[in-house]
Every structure is written in structure tokens, then in C-alpha cells.
Design a protein around this ligand. Sequence first.
Ligand code: CDP
Length: 209
Amino acid sequence: MTTIAIDGPAAAGKGTLSRRIAEAYGYHHLDTGLTYRATAKALLDRGLPLDDEAIAADVARNLDLSGLDRAVLSAHGIGEAASKIAVMPAVRRALVEAQREFAAREPGTVLDGRDIGTVVCPDATVKLYVTASADIRARRRYDEIIAGGGTADYDAVFEDVRRRDARDMGRVDSPLRPAENAHLLDTSEMSIEAAFSAAKSIIDAALKH
Ligand code: CDP
């Protein structure tokens, strides 16, 4: 069984890259950000508080991984709410358990998130840490919103990226950081195609061993 762990900050391009990799190798893909987003959305939809760890963990334990849909969960407010409940250890324990079960699927899996190489799958076959400068990530997120027919202010998007980085990197439980044996991939100057081909070379080399 092969596990490919892909971590990195908001809007670094992990999602697209992970989907392409899963497709190329015929592996199952789990965007673990969606598990945090779906938990947050369930709380918001039911009018439940975002700051009660026991309630949030209960919702997390009952989450169904089969119905996760980024189109439904992509709203900006859901991302913010997700990063708030993601600081809660009991929520993380529940979601990490479900993510580990997913990671055991044959013939292999690609998981992307913030703590896959460090916490969820420390024994992953290959670990990638995908980054890009905050400015470029904000620009990509902005373009994405505009392309989707929305409106946005670049400065606000940039501030948002910075705030989410600070929350994800600064939390006590499972902060965002590269695993010791992760391969760093800075996509600041790379197209999606170039990033995919760089990732593929790293993965192919690791699978040969
Ligand atoms: O797509 P984007 O980078 O905006 O975020 P996401 O991957 O959908 O994740 C949303 C939030 O969930 C992040 O800001 C993290 O706080 C949290 N998350 C996490 O803590 N651990 C993961 N493995 C994945 C996401």
C-alpha cells in the first residue's frame, strides 16, 4: 500500500496537484481540508456554536467522508470557521481517525492537508510540502474568486491568507510545518503543469526504492 502525503499552506496549489497525482497513479484522494470544512458547515447550518469543543467533536465523529464536495464547501466563511475548529484537539482526533482509515485503502492513497506528513500518516511512502509566497497565493485565490464570478478585494484576500497562515502555523496541536523527511516544492514560479511534473519526478524516485 502506498500513501502520498501532501501538506502546505492555504492556496499553495495542493488541491489541484493532489487530484492530478491521484489520477496519474490510480489512487484514492482525500482533501482533508474538506473534513474540517464539512464539520464547520454542519455546525453553522444547525446554528451550533463554533467555540464548543465537545459539540464540534461530536459532529466531527459523525461525519460521512463519502459526501464531501468542494463546490459546496468552498465558501470563504466556511474556510474561516474550519480553521477555528481545527485548533481543537478533540475535533482533530476524530477527523484524524477517519483520515487514517481512508489512508489504508488499496492500492494507494493521496491525502492533502496541513498535518498529513507530521501526524496523520507519519510513515507515508512520499511526503511533499507545497508552498508559494503569500503574495502569489493571495493572487491565485483572488483570480479563482473572480473566475468563479465572485467579487473580491486583493488586499483583503492577502490579509486573509496571512491570518490563516498564522492560525495554522501557530496552533499548539498539529501546527502546519514540513515533516522532517518532506520534499519541499515551491510553486511560486511554476505553472500547474510544471508543479505536477516536479512532483511526479519526486514520487517516481521514491517509489523505485
Ligand atoms: O483550501 P484552503 O487552503 O483554503 O484550506 P483547506 O485545505 O480547505 O483547509 C481549511 C482549514 O482546515 C485550514 O485553514 C486548516 O486550519 C484546517 N485543516 C487542518 O487543520 N488540517 C488539515 N489536515 C486540513 C485542513
